[in-house]
Design a protein around this ligand. Structure first.
Ligand SMILES: [Fe+2]
Length: 236
């Protein structure tokens, strides 16, 4: 992040599934947004307090339990507005109180900080990524040297293929990737590094991508995700 950005993004790794919870701080307004509040809400709120910011918003990348299990605890102490994509709300079917439902391409203003919400289906139908200047919070869509599973309810490897292709072609190479889990040998990366070393970004053929995502990747992986050379994803 450069001096020119009005925000700071803080990362906390929480819970048994190595989730990253992000706190976006808008320095001018003293507002903050929590992305995917889960597991240890007191730790998130202590971080906000340490920076002197007020949690005014909650942003969801998707509705899986490990990303949402702290929402109610945040809402008990803060009059925060909940944001998610309409497609995810429809998929989730939860009776949440008055969330703001977005379409892909919408922008959220957190004080002086502009947050663009991208619709990135594949892991779930309404999965979202949040873009702030050159930073991209990717949830379970794109991991460092990995991507989200597509075999759970609502998952779709064909959609994931198109989502990752769109990211590869439409976002600047220097975009910083902030994933939803700490599954890799490093905590963050750039899009350029992922295009080079993320096996899920190597496929031009949707059927081979699907084969790799659904039947190969996690069965042949040991230890944290690391770079894979193009052409070395799986045997022909
Ligand atoms: Fe998930």
């Amino acid at each position: 992040m450069t001096e020119a950005t009005p925000f700071t993004i803080h990362a906390l790794e929480l819970g048994p599934m190595e989730n990253f919870v992000y706190l976006i701080e808008d320095r001018a307004s003293g507002r903050a947004a929590v992305v995917d509040p889960a597991w240890d809400v007191p730790a998130v709120l202590a971080l906000a307090a340490a920076h002197g910011v007020r949690v005014s918003d909650i942003l969801l990348t998707h509705s899986h339990y490990d990303h949402i299990n702290g929402i109610e605890e945040v809402l008990r102490g803060h009059d925060a507005q909940l944001h998610l994509l309409k497609d995810e709300a429809r998929f989730w079917g939860s009776g949440l109180d008055l969330p703001t439902l977005h379409h892909g391409g919408d922008h959220i203003a957190l004080g002086e900080t502009d947050i663009e919400i991208l619709h990135t289906p594949g892991h779930t139908p309404g999965s979202a990524c949040y873009r702030l200047a050159d930073q991209l919070i990717t949830g379970d869509t794109l991991f460092v040297f990995g991507c989200g599973r597509c075999d759970l309810r609502g998952g779709d490897p064909e959609q994931m293929f198109h989502t990752l292709n769109d990211m590869r072609h439409k976002l600047p190479a220097e975009t910083v990737i902030l994933p939803g889990h700490n599954y890799a040998e490093k905590q963050r990366s750039t899009l350029a590094e992922q295009v080079e070393g993320n096996p899920f970004m190597h496929f031009d053929d949707v059927n081979r991508f699907t084969q790799y995502r659904m039947h190969y990747h996690d069965k042949h992986r040991h230890g944290p995700y690391g770079p894979v050379s193009k052409g070395q994803e799986m045997p022909d």
